[in-house]
Every structure is written in structure tokens, then in C-alpha cells.
Design a protein around this ligand. Structure first.
Ligand SMILES: [Zn+2]
Length: 477
């Protein structure tokens, strides 16, 4: 791989032992059916060698990808592009904290390029350890309110990271004011007009406190010179266009505007490794699912498609991907640690846009969601078990929009694997409101009024949980 100092050298013996201990631990975890073992294996490696991250990253061309939304997909697309030149180290399943990064690097051969997604709050510590060649900054918006709290503090922390790593080439979304604020100290930035339809977290100027105004996708502060930089690369419909006048067609296997943006960011990052935009984009076309996201699956008599929607900005993008109304939608919400314990973000999502569809509120926090849908005046049923909910609103095609652990567990269950942390659904479901129930055929309400809890592992009704070949049956648009 081209790039700074990519000389393959073996890590010290202690680090190699740490990596092997991690792999053995992960293997044991899989054997015991306790998940894929990435995180516990990485923790074991860090216990054996606390400097494992820096040591496993030494001598590689490292690209770090961060942002509130799209980092897993962007990293996957970047990995596909970098794979044109040789093996690539990456962190699978969105394990974007140091244990996951150590696990990903520990599996890869020394000297292989690395494409790694990094949790927004951990970007500084990881960059200090890995000294990346590129920093790809996608977007910043409210997410995991109990953990991250104020997104502007993240922007300030990113700004410090960028300032501390002047050797890194920054690839930044010119359409997100908070990302621009973070990227400005970099000596070298490639600005990408990747779009950011959600603007509610950047109405005030981080430089002067003035008001940021938008007009035709271009933003500027009314009180100072802080404004959208002129992009070097941008998206125009289905094309990626460069300031030099080149135009490349995006023909992705992944749906939606957000994934066109992710692909553009990934392609511009891959260009820093000497891969042409056209070549990079072509390498991404074969990616049709990312850790279960966008996967189409037959569930009983229904055909369902799994979508990740874990915060308001993500939801705004998902509305753009849904099959046209009245296409049925199952919304699945959990509030575990990885989701953020505080589900009040549901009130920031414009769920009013689901009106006119057959909607089911599902997941461990289906009650919170049902209240939100009531206020949005969206007719719905509340069915905590997502598989039952798919059956109730089907046969579909049914779009299933789930947040992080909800999607992870549903995907695992539909693949016939036990959920990582099986739980029982609440024993006494909230009685569904008559107004909501009346909108649905009676056959669609098998469990809304109090059927016993469903087991959180594959049951007989899941025998049809098989993948629907992508491309064979295109999703309605
Ligand atoms: Zn200002």
C-alpha cells in the first residue's frame, strides 16, 4: 500500500502473544455461543499488552473513519476499495472502541493497510496510538444522549485531534458545520460536499455564537466569516463530481442518499492510497449488506428489509430509503447501553412522516415509541416482538427500521443465532389504544393485547428466515 512508512515489521513478542490470546478468547466466546468474541478478545489482548493498539498499528497505512452516522458502512466501502491493492485490516461488526480495533489489527498480517471505524469520543486516543495517514470525518449530530451529551463538545474534541495530527490528511464533509469547525486546523483538507439533511445540531455558529443560515444546501454564519468551504468533490444526483471537472457514476448495491455520501467519502479517502475514484467506486458496487443492514430476508410469509435508524439524523436518511407509502414499517427500539439508555431522542424524529402506512411499534422500548407515534398521530399497533410485528404488518415488503442492539439481535435471530443478550419481552404489554387497533385488520393483532412473551431465540415460526437474494427482487422505490 502506498502511504507513509508502510514497512511491514513484526510487532514485539508480547504483542504477538497478546493478539493470539485475544483470538483464543474470541474463539472460546464463539464456541460458548456468547457472541462473536471481538470485544472480549480485544480486551484480553489489551490486558496482556496495554500498548497493543499502537504496536499492532505500527508500520501500516492507517485510515480512521468517524462520525455519528455511516461509519460502519463507509469503512466497509473503504475496505472494498483498498482491497484492490492487497489485504486490509479492519474492525468488523462496528466494534469501534480500542478492544475492537485491537482485535481487527491482531487478525491482519503486519503491514496490511488498515481501514478502521472509530467511536466519535475515542478518536483522539486512537489517533494518538495509530498516527493515521487519513482522518475521514463524516458528520456530527445528537446521539446516545446519556453518554455523549453535547455534540458541540465532540466537535471541539475533534478539532483538538485534527490540530494534534498535522500529518494526517483530513477528508471532511463540507455540508456539516460542526465537521468543518473540527477540520479547519488541518494543514490539508479535502472537502467533500456529502450533504447533511439534518441541520438541527448546527444552528448556532461554533466560532461566534451567531446564527447559521442555510440556502440551497449552502450554509454561512450571519455573524462572522464561518461558512461552507468550497468542496473539492461533491455529489450531484447519482454522480460524484470533482472540482477538476471529472464525473463518476455511483452505481451502488446499497440504497439511499446517505450511502451515496458514504461512498463518496470512502472513495476520496481511498484516493489518498493511490486508488482512482472510478476504480474505488466500482469496487464498492458489490457491497449489498453491512452487518445485517439492508439485508432482505423472508420471515414467514413476509419479505422484510432491515435498516438501521438509531438517532434523529439517521432517521431523516431512513425516511428517504423506505418503500413508498403505504409500504408497511416496523420500528424496533431498544435502550441498552450501546443504544444510549435515554430514548427521549424519539421526540426529535419527525415520525409524522410515517402517516398513511401500516406501522408497528416494537422492541424493548415499544411503549415509549407508541406514545411518540400517538402524538405524531400515526396509526399503529404495538407488538414488542419484532418478528411477530413483521408478520402482523406484512406480507410486505416490510421495512424494519431498528436501532443498534435491536437490529443486531434481530439479525442474529433471523440467522438462527441466539441474541447476544437474550431477554424476555415485558410480560404485560400495554393495552393498545382502540384508535390504533381499529386501523389494522384484526388478524394483524395477534399479540398486541397480551400474548405471552416470545422467546428471544429462533422459534418454529422462523423456519422461513432465509436471505432473499439481492438484485433478484429489487425493493420498491
Ligand atoms: Zn459565526
Amino acid at each position: 500500500m502506498t502511504g507513509a512508512g508502510a514497512t511491514a515489521s513484526r510487532p514485539p513478542a508480547r504483542t504477538l502473544v497478546a493478539a493470539r490470546a485475544g483470538q483464543a478468547t474470541a474463539g472460546l466466546s464463539r464456541l460458548l455461543g456468547r457472541g462473536d468474541g471481538t470485544v472480549i478478545g480485544g480486551r484480553m489482548s489489551l490486558w496482556v499488552d496495554p500498548d497493543a493498539l499502537a504496536r499492532l498499528g505500527a508500520g501500516r497505512w492507517v485510515s480512521l473513519v468517524s462520525g455519528t452516522n455511516g461509519k460502519t458502512t463507509t469503512t466497509r466501502l473503504l475496505t472494498a476499495a483498498l482491497g484492490l491493492r492487497g489485504p486490509v485490516a479492519t474492525n468488523p461488526q462496528g466494534s469501534n472502541l480500542p478492544p475492537g480495533l485491537v482485535a481487527g489489527l491482531g487478525r491482519a498480517e503486519p503491514g496490511a493497510a488498515a481501514a478502521l471505524e472509530v467511536d466519535e469520543a475515542w478518536l483522539g486516543a486512537v489517533a494518538d496510538a495509530l498516527r493515521p495517514a487519513t482522518l475521514t470525518l463524516l458528520n456530527l449530530s445528537r446521539d446516545q444522549l446519556d453518554r455523549v451529551a453535547e455534540v458541540r463538545r465532540l466537535a471541539d474534541r475533534w478539532r483538538a485531534v485534527v490540530g494534534a495530527h498535522p500529518d494526517a490528511q483530513v477528508i471532511a464533509n463540507a455540508d456539516d458545520p460542526l465537521v468543518v469547525w473540527a477540520a479547519i486546523p488541518a494543514p490539508s483538507v479535502t472537502w467533500v460536499g456529502a450533504g447533511q439533511p439534518w441541520t438541527e445540531d448546527a444552528t448556532g455558529c461554533p466560532a461566534c455564537g451567531g446564527r447559521i443560515g442555510w440556502s440551497d444546501g449552502v450554509w454561512a454564519c450571519s455573524g462572522c466569516a464561518f461558512a461552507r468551504p468550497e468542496p473539492d468533490v461533491w455529489i450531484e444526483g447519482d454522480d460524484v463530481v470533482t472540482a477538476a471537472g471529472a464525473r463518476h457514476r455511483l452505481s451502488l448495491g446499497l440504497p439511499g442518499r446517505a450511502n451515496r455520501a458514504n461512498a463518496a467519502m470512502a472513495a476520496v479517502t481511498a484516493a489518498r492510497a493511490g486508488i482512482g475514484l472510478e476504480e474505488a467506486l466500482a469496487a464498492m458496487a458489490a457491497t449489498v449488506t453491512v452487518d445485517g443492514r439492508y439485508r432482505q430476508v423472508a420471515v414467514g410469509d413476509s419479505r422484510a428489509r432491515l435498516l438501521l435508524a438509531k438517532n434523529p439524523a439517521g432517521w431523516v436518511e431512513v425516511f428517504d430509503m423506505l418503500a413508498p407509502p403505504p409500504g408497511p414499517v416496523v420500528v424496533v427500539i431498544n435502550a441498552r447501553i450501546a443504544d444510549g439508555r435515554d430514548p427521549s431522542w424519539l421526540w426529535d424524529v419527525p415520525f409524522e412522516r410515517l402517516a398513511g402506512r401500516r406501522v408497528a411499534a416494537s422492541g424493548e422500548r415499544s411503549r415509549d415509541l407508541a406514545v411518540r407515534l400517538d402524538y405524531a398521530e400515526v396509526e399503529h399497533v404495538r407488538i414488542p416482538d419484532p418478528v411477530e410485528a413483521i408478520g402482523a404488518v406484512g406480507p410486505g415488503p416490510v421495512d424494519v427500521a431498528a436501532n443498534y442492539t435491536a437490529l443486531r439481535d434481530l439479525d442474529a435471530r433471523l440467522r438462527g443465532r441466539p441474541a447476544w443478550r437474550p431477554r424476555r419481552w415485558p410480560r404485560r404489554p400495554w393495552p393498545s389504544r382502540p384508535r390504533s387497533s381499529a386501523a389494522m385488520p384484526s388478524a394483524a393483532l395477534p399479540s398486541a393485547t397480551g400474548s405471552p412473551a416470545a422467546p428471544a431465540r429462533p422459534g418454529p415460526g422462523l423456519s422461513g428466515g432465509t436471505d432473499v437474494a439481492s438484485g433478484v427482487s429489487p425493493w420498491p422505490r
